[in-house]
Design a protein around this ligand. Structure first.
Ligand code: AMP
Length: 210
């Protein structure tokens, strides 16, 4: 059976990059609440009794979008997925409980990166709006001038939003990771290594869980 994988860790840990590797290598679906919400920033969520009427306000501040909205996104995506890599969910204990009711998980990859490194990665991150590829102003700029010129910064990669996202992670998501530490298939991955090294560890962990 195709593996059911959860990848969890702070913003900027490399979850998106490594999820793409997993999806390519194992042929599983990449389910990501962050991308789903970014494509639907202005959807009307007012019937869910939320403080704001769209996800945009929460996202631009780096706050969590209300649970009812993200739970529905994940539930819908899981109905059609055989194996999957779930990225960006759950982010608090309530979402973790919902997920337990929705599906079993075979592997939990916990990507670990220190706060200073995360701030440097996120505030320097630039995105190609045409391909979604990530770059970094210091460490990884594209050679192609045309691509360089169209790069943009995500609204929530500003210093202020980044600090808030990391605080939100510490307060809400870190306790979920602690709970998962005893779960079958839980593996800690050193996310400060090069992307290739991180991938090698992830691949080995998935193989070991088979
Ligand atoms: P990401 O791309 O995973 O960093 O997510 C970007 C933003 O989308 C977050 O800062 C939140 O505002 C929102 N978001 C993504 N996933 C969730 C989630 N599971 N629960 C609540 N908000 C989320």
């Amino acid at each position: 059976m195709a593996p059911r994988i959860l990848i969890i860790g702070p913003p900027g840990a490399g979850k998106g990059t490594q999820s793409s590797n997993i999806a390519d290598e194992y042929g599983v679906e990449h389910i990501t609440t962050g991308d789903a919400l970014r494509s639907n920033k202005d959807m009307d969520i007012s019937d869910m009794d939320t403080e704001y009427d769209t996800p945009r306000e929460y996202m631009e501040a780096g706050d969590l979008v209300p649970d009812a909205v993200v739970n529905a996104i994940v539930e819908e995506a899981l109905t059609t997925a055989d194996g999957f890599v779930l990225d960006g969910y759950p982010r608090n204990k309530e979402q973790a409980e919902e997920l337990t009711d929705m599906t079993e998980i075979d592997v939990i990859l916990s990507l670990e990166v220190g706060r200073e490194e995360l701030i440097e990665r996120l505030t320097g991150r630039r995105v190609d709006p045409e391909t979604g590829d990530n770059y970094h102003v210091e460490f990884n700029m594209p050679d192609d001038e045309e691509i360089r010129e169209r790069l943009v910064q995500r609204d929530d990669d500003t210093r202020e939003a980044v600090e808030n996202r990391l605080d939100v992670f510490e307060e809400n998501t870190a306790p979920v990771i602690e709970q998962y530490a005893d779960h079958d298939g839980f593996v800690e991955i050193d996310g400060e290594q090069t992307p290739a090294e991180v991938w090698a560890d992830i691949d080995a962990a998935i193989q070991a869980a088979k």
